[in-house]
Design a protein around this ligand. Structure first.
Ligand code: TYD
Length: 130
């Protein structure tokens, strides 16, 4: 898990950020999804993935992401459209403190597959051998 700052191509007209698969991010993008109109106070996620690389961008507004590898918990604030949070396999995540205007966009390395999810925290710890 790491926060990555992408290049901003700014000029007098404004900003532009470009992300190229296998160049700026270390995987091919098979899926893009985004969350918006998140209801105030909602916390979502509550899962880990067995085989999925993702990068999260809060392209508008802000939110926080709790990352947990079973041993260490870390909370990351996403509040800049040019910052991405890279998350690999086997990391429990929860997203919360969404601002009213937050748009959380995710680029993912695989198609949606419910079988890839671990949605139970105890099962997650067992899966990690903890
Ligand atoms: P959900 O897994 O509950 O979101 P989160 O864990 O981030 O809080 O997903 C909400 C719904 O959207 C659920 O019915 C599954 C569906 N969904 C897709 O169809 N494709 C996707 O790529 C994702 C992430 C979710």
């Amino acid at each position: 898990m790491k926060k990555v700052k992408f290049q901003q191509h700014g000029d007098l007209r404004g900003q532009l950020v470009a992300i190229e698969e296998e160049i700026d991010i270390p995987f091919k993008v098979k899926r893009v999804y985004f969350m918006y109109d998140t209801v105030s106070g909602v916390r979502r996620g509550y899962h880990a993935h067995k085989n999925l690389k993702q990068i999260l961008f809060c392209v508008h507004g802000s939110c926080k992401v709790l990352l947990d590898d079973g041993l260490i918990k870390e909370t990351v604030l996403l509040d800049k459209p040019y910052e991405g949070l890279y998350i690999e396999n086997d990391i429990w995540r929860e997203m919360f403190d969404f601002s009213e205007d937050a748009v959380l966009m995710v680029l993912a390395s695989e198609h949606y597959n419910e079988l890839d999810y671990i949605r139970d925290y105890d099962e997650f710890l067992k899966y990690k051998g903890l």
